[in-house]
Design a protein around this ligand. Structure first.
Ligand SMILES: [Zn+2]
Length: 438
């Protein structure tokens, strides 16, 4: 059964001409400040930030007492499946899921059908996502057809607003193609977002470990990822390019990126919530909701990832939201596609597994889902200021909720947190003169 819940219209609306957020605590990760204040928004623009703003009869008043007001969250690694696989997700259902998860901005991966490797498909997606609450940045492919051979028309796409390039879904196997991509994108000062995976290792369906041996499943070794990261650090040093390492999952990857940063190389990295909160032990359930690429690794890998989040080796937390229909997922583990939902649980998984366990402070955590992805993609990140478009997320850190896959706004059901109680919940999202209220 496909989850067809539509967003309740009453939850999502145009923002009134004049609106005041009362009694909230502003948390500003850029200036590392936290203070009680009201915010007045007129025609979608922040017009006043003050301790006590008087309201008029025509103002929409949002009571944020006991809640935090943060810059809108950004997820720089999302698959919304349109065009080509709309049974699993569409630009609209995916944007609704993003809103519900607190996001005002997404970067979409290009592995659709057709692939976003040319200006026509790129412009079409930009046009179809123009008037949403959530700003959509389509990331084009690095190589034509994501085949790892010839580069796309990077200059033309960059002229039309492309913030980065990615062949996500596959690693770029050819060192020569990667060298060209890093060299060329470096000329526009944009990163190559890299899914690191050496395909010449035997195809696996889960992490190569004691668990895979025990279950008799084929494994994907850590070095399939880390050896490619090592290669691309070498290439970027040679050509002065900028690789951003997507969804890193192994302890070796964290160590390599830590050393590259110490050396002063321009590199950055991201991790998904499932890679810091779960291990390959989960695969013992045989649930295909735990099948993703890169796969869930071991506790030692998770421990090093947590260290990497603390010391700044890992800049960003991104969902790798990858919806699949139940028809595709409800098969034997070996045959199911890789991928898991993430937009609606990311924030709360981070609160539960990072903030409430004292791995990160709230402000350090928010940096990784607000300003750091914007910095990497050269977007404005100093958002809580008079005169700026109100792009805000209001959340309650003390509330908890139980994940019910049937209640998610995504069109698909493949979350790996179903039935789990998570801390922290998004209440209100404001962007582009629109408002979403839970
Ligand atoms: Zn990927």
């Amino acid at each position: 059964m496909i989850n067809n819940i539509q967003l309740n219209k009453s939850n999502f609306d145009e923002l009134s001409k004049s609106c005041v957020i009362k009694n909230g605590t502003i948390i500003d990760p850029h200036n590392e400040k936290e203070y009680l204040s009201d915010i007045k928004i007129i025609n979608g623009i922040i017009s006043e930030i003050n301790e006590s703003i008087t309201t008029g009869p025509d103002d929409l008043i949002i009571d944020a007492k006991g809640k935090y007001i943060s810059p809108g969250f950004m997820d720089m690694h999302v698959h919304l499946r349109e065009p080509g696989y709309e049974q699993a997700e569409t630009l609209i259902t995916g944007s609704n899921a993003a809103m519900s998860g607190g996001f005002t901005r997404l970067a979409l991966m290009p592995n659709t059908t057709p692939c976003v490797d040319n200006i026509f498909v790129y412009n079409d997606i930009c046009r179809r996502t123009e008037n949403l609450l959530v700003n959509i940045h389509q990331i084009p492919a690095v190589t034509v057809g994501r085949e790892g051979k010839s580069l796309v028309e990077m200059a033309e796409l960059n002229d039309n607003g492309a913030l980065a390039f990615s062949d996500d879904g596959d690693g770029i196997q050819s060192s020569e193609a990667m060298k060209g991509a890093l060299q060329y994108s470096g000329m526009f000062n944009v990163p190559i977002l890299v899914h690191e995976e050496d395909k010449t290792f035997l195809d696996g369906v889960m992490n190569e470990s004691f668990v895979s041996t025990e279950l008799g499943m084929s494994g994907i070794p850590n070095i399939a990822e880390s050896s490619m990261i090592a290669r691309d650090i070498e290439i970027s040093r040679y050509v002065d390019g900028y690789p951003h390492f997507q969804h890193i999952s192994t302890q070796e990857s964290v160590k390599l990126i830590r050393e590259a940063k110490k050396e002063g190389l321009k590199v950055s990295s991201e991790v998904t919530p499932h890679h810091f909160s779960l291990t390959d032990e989960k695969v013992k359930t045989f649930s295909t909701d735990y099948k993703m690429n890169p796969p869930l690794r071991t506790q030692e890998d998770v421990d090093e990832i947590l260290k990497g989040l603390q010391d700044g080796t890992i800049d960003v937390i991104a969902s790798d939201h990858a919806p699949h229909t139940p028809e595709k997922k409800n098969v034997e583990f070996d045959y199911a596609p890789f991928g898991v939902l993430g937009l609606e649980t990311l924030f709360s998984v981070g609160v539960t597994y990072l903030v409430n366990t004292n791995v990160l402070s709230l402000v350090e955590y928010l940096k990784k889902i607000t300003i750091n992805p914007r910095k990497i993609l050269n977007l404005d990140y100093d958002l809580i200021n008079v005169g700026k478009m109100a792009e805000l997320t209001i959340f309650d850190i003390s509330s908890e909720w139980k994940v019910d896959r049937r209640k998610l706004l995504s069109k698909s059901l493949n979350t790996c947190y179903h039935d789990e109680t998570l801390d922290g919940q998004v209440q209100v999202v404001i962007n582009n003169s629109k408002i979403y209220k839970r």
